[in-house]
Design a protein around this ligand. Structure first.
Ligand code: NAD
Ligand code: ZN
Length: 235
């Protein structure tokens, strides 16, 4: 049972040089979100969508984790059962900081994977372009697609989120605007809650949180980690 749930978003990777979503007026790396990450865009806009994710994969290749990723990995390794780490991010910065694949849940998918549109088998593509890898599934022959949850698509891993929300007594939200996940509601479900963003978001009611840090994640994380450790030691 995880007593602590750490839930991160694009903001935790911002200081590593990966662009966030909302901070750029609904553009992600100069693309309209409707064009490249909305349900159906693989049918209406396949080439541009594939190229977009090829570019995102290439972009994260040389990006390095920052102090916030590193401290969260250390905490998870120190308290493997007590802490659950879930992220909305599709990058691999937690993994680069030392997190094993079964220690983190990517709620919205993972850039380094393709998924079969027929049988859902997952293929590890690393940082390669999709066309240089394979276009068809070796098991069933259907087309492959980026393993990314687009807007309007089901997110199967939300089942894990629901389970962890029910279990936890402290929730820690880092670097998310709350437009996709209703983090205010999550804070209300939980005994204690921490919010860390760069600035106030119109989609979050910060009065519902026990502690709020408007600061860079790398500046706030040491104090947040101390709070988590104190919380766990007192249980
Ligand atoms: P968002 O872009 O909507 O919001 C980013 C939040 O991070 C803002 O609230 C901002 O104040 C905060 N922030 C910015 N810089 C910060 C810093 N240095 N320290 C702390 N906080 C900082 O992000 P979201 O809520 O995660 O939603 C975006 C969606 O887009 C997600 O579903 C995700 O899958 C996807 N996305 C992922 C990545 C990635 O994998 N790195 C990048 C962009 C978008
Ligand atoms: Zn298949």
């Amino acid at each position: 049972m995880s007593k602590v749930l750490i839930l991160t978003g694009a903001g935790i990777s911002a200081e590593s040089g990966i662009s966030t979503f909302r901070d750029s007026d609904g553009l992600w790396e100069n693309h309209r979100i409707e064009d490249v990450c909305t349900a159906g865009c693989l049918d209406t806009n396949e080439e541009a969508t594939k190229k977009f994710y090829d570019a995102r994969r290439e972009d994260i290749k040389d990006k390095k984790p920052n102090y916030a990723h590193q401290l969260i990995v250390e905490l998870k390794q120190k308290y493997p059962q007590e802490i659950a780490v879930l992220t909305q991010n599709v990058d691999d910065l937690f993994e680069k900081a030392g997190m094993k694949s079964d220690e983190i849940v990517h709620l919205h998918g993972f850039l380094k994977e393709l998924r079969c549109r027929g049988c859902d088998e997952i293929f590890d593509i690393a940082y390669k372009a999709q066309d240089s890898f394979a276009n068809l599934c070796e098991s069933c022959g259907s087309q492959l697609r980026p393993n990314i949850v687009f807007f309007g698509e089901a997110a199967p891993k939300y089942q894990i989120l629901t389970q962890k929300l029910n279990e936890c007594e402290l929730i820690v939200i880092i670097g998310t605007s709350g437009n996709v996940l209703d983090v205010t509601y999550f804070a209300q479900l939980t005994d204690k809650s921490i919010l860390n963003n760069l600035e106030k978001s119109s989609a979050i009611d910060d009065s519902c949180f026990t502690k709020v840090y408007y600061a860079k994640a790398t500046d706030a994380i040491a104090e947040i980690a101390e709070y988590i450790e104190d919380f766990l030691e007192e249980l």
